[in-house]
Structure formats: structure tokens, C-alpha cells
Design a protein around this ligand. Structure first.
Ligand code: ATP
Ligand code: MG
Length: 266
């Protein structure tokens, strides 16, 4: 099968705590298990994706901050998630200063795109974990991305929150990145026993159709425990329902791109 060029996916939702980082880390790991070369870029000063990949954020240097400011080469910023099987551009608190520190930089919305251009050919997938805001960092992710993956919880206000994000994506499409698409809405932390969750889940499907991933990520405590062990949930407890759902998601993503999924023997 024909080898596609690298796909850059921004994982975004300005709502906090909706499962962006859990999705970024576990999808990165599950794609790597399918033989894909994956780079995970942490664009959140919380550094949760960095830690979840098993990389120590406090001592990481250089980080995404230096890379975006042009003070470090993206090549040298990459660290390996040994157990996860993918590369990481780490982030920590320092990144919270980027909004102000990037003010004087030329084409500041394109800083990530420019830097990713230097390494993208080494990867099949680049996943960018965004912070829960629509700030300059998130705009950088959207300007660099081929597509956006939006994790959402199936709750009453879910659709309302989507409006701002979709408006931002439209602006980015008009001004910065005409090729950007919505890759898909991913239903996460799903509780099949909740009638409301069932209703919202099917409402999403009828509104957005094919844009909604068939795979649903259940609420699963093993996924929540994994980061404290510095492991993706997919590695921490491969038999858990949460891990299996992310493996299924990776297969669905590969299928969408027509890439043959081949599990790597390890
Ligand atoms: P932020 O907006 O702060 O960056 P986020 O959108 O990245 O948050 P996560 O950090 O992935 O969200 O998840 C929020 C919390 O929910 C975390 O404690 C995480 O472990 C937990 N969590 C995420 N997905 C699941 C799941 N499917 N089942 C159970 N817990 C989950
Ligand atoms: Mg996060």
C-alpha cells in the first residue's frame, strides 16, 4: 500500500479535562504499536502529555518553549518515550510565558509549522496535545495541522462548547491554514449506563455523521491511573477496556488513511 506523508493531528478542545492528553498519549502509543512512527508534541504548560509519556518534565531542556522561540533546534528537543515507543517534544511551566515572549517573533502563528517541517518526514503521525484554551499555542497547533481531533464527553453542554472551537477552526482555515479539516469527534469517558450519555452520543452521530469516530472511549479507571506510573494506559493495562478502546481508535485512524495496520512484534 502506498505510504502517505506524515499526518499532523492537533488534539484540541478549549474545555478543560475532557480527555485531550489521555487521547494524545494513548493514541500515540497505540499507533506506535501498529508500526507507525509517531511524534507527540506537548503544547500545554501543564506538561501532562510529557509526564504521561514517561518523560520528566522538570528537567526537560530544551522544550517546546525554546523550539517555538527559535532558541533551540526541534531535533535536539526530542526525547524518547521508551515504553510508549514514540518521540516527545516536551513541555513544562516555562511554556506559559510563550504568549508574551512570542509577541516580537515574525510569523508567530507559523512557528510550530516551520519547526515540524524539519522533522515531519521522519514520522507517519505527529500528534499535538493542546492546552484547554484557544491561545497562540493552540493557534500554532491548528496552523500546523492537517486535521483536528476533538475529544468530547457526552454531556449536556458538549455541543455548546463545540461552537467556539469550530468558529476558531474556521478562522484558522480562512486566514492561516486553508487545508485544515476536522478529523473527527471522539466520544470519551463514556458511561454506557447513563441515559443522557447515550442520548448525547447518538445526537452527535446524527449531527456530525462520519465526522464522529465509531470507536467510543469508555470511562475506565485504568486510563486515569496510568499517568502516575509514567505509562500510557495502553501499556499500563493492555487488557483494560480503556486500553482496548484506544487500540481500536488507532486501527480506525489507520483505516481512514488506508494504512494497513500491522501490529509490531515486541
Ligand atoms: P486539560 O484540559 O487540563 O489539558 P485534558 O483534556 O487533557 O485536560 P485529561 O488530562 O486527558 O484531559 O483527562 C482529565 C482527567 O480525566 C485525568 O485525570 C484523566 O486521567 C481522566 N481521564 C481521561 N480519560 C479518561 C477515561 N476514559 N476514563 C477515566 N478517566 C479518564
Ligand atoms: Mg491536557
Amino acid at each position: 500500500m502506498e505510504k502517505l506523508m506524515s499526518r499532523i493531528l492537533a488534539i484540541a478542545n478549549q474545555k478543560g479535562g475532557v480527555g485531550k492528553t489521555t487521547t494524545a498519549v494513548n493514541l500515540a502509543c497505540a499507533l506506535a504499536q501498529q508500526g507507525q512512527r509517531v511524534l507527540l508534541v506537548d503544547l500545554d504548560p501543564q506538561g501532562n502529555a510529557t509526564m504521561g509519556a514517561g518523560v520528566e518534565k522538570r528537567t526537560a531542556m530544551p522544550t517546546a518553549y525554546q523550539v517555538l522561540l527559535g532558541q533551540a533546534d526541534i531535533h535536539s528537543s526530542r526525547l524518547r518515550s521508551q515504553r510508549g515507543g514514540f518521540d516527545v517534544v516536551p513541555a513544562n511551566r516555562e511554556l506559559s510565558g510563550s504568549e508574551i515572549d512570542m509577541v516580537d517573533i515574525e510569523s508567530r502563528e507559523y512557528r510550530l509549522k516551520t519547526e515540524l517541517g524539519r522533522v515531519a518526514q521522519e514520522y507517519d503521525f505527529v500528534l499535538v496535545d493542546c492546552a484547554p484554551t484557544l491561545n497562540l499555542l493552540t493557534v500554532n497547533a491548528l496552523a500546523a495541522a492537517h486535521a483536528v481531533l476533538i475529544p468530547m464527553q457526552c454531556e449536556y453542554y458538549a455541543l455548546e462548547g463545540l461552537t467556539d472551537l469550530v468558529a476558531t477552526i474556521k478562522k484558522v482555515k480562512a486566514r492561516l491554514n486553508p487545508g485544515i479539516e476536522i478529523e473527527g469527534l471522539l466520544r470519551v469517558m463514556y458511561d454506557p449506563r447513563s441515559t443522557l450519555a447515550q442520548q448525547v452520543a447518538s445526537e452527535l452521530k446524527s449531527h456530525f455523521g462520519d465526522k464522529v469516530f465509531d470507536t467510543v472511549i469508555p470511562r475506565n479507571v485504568r486510563l486515569a491511573e496510568a499517568p502516575s506510573h509514567g505509562l500510557p494506559g495502553v501499556i499500563y493495562d493492555p487488557s483494560s477496556k480503556g486500553a482496548q478502546a484506544y487500540v481500536a481508535l488507532a486501527r480506525e485512524v489507520l483505516q481512514r488513511y488506508g494504512i494497513a495496520a500491522g501490529a509490531m512484534a515486541e
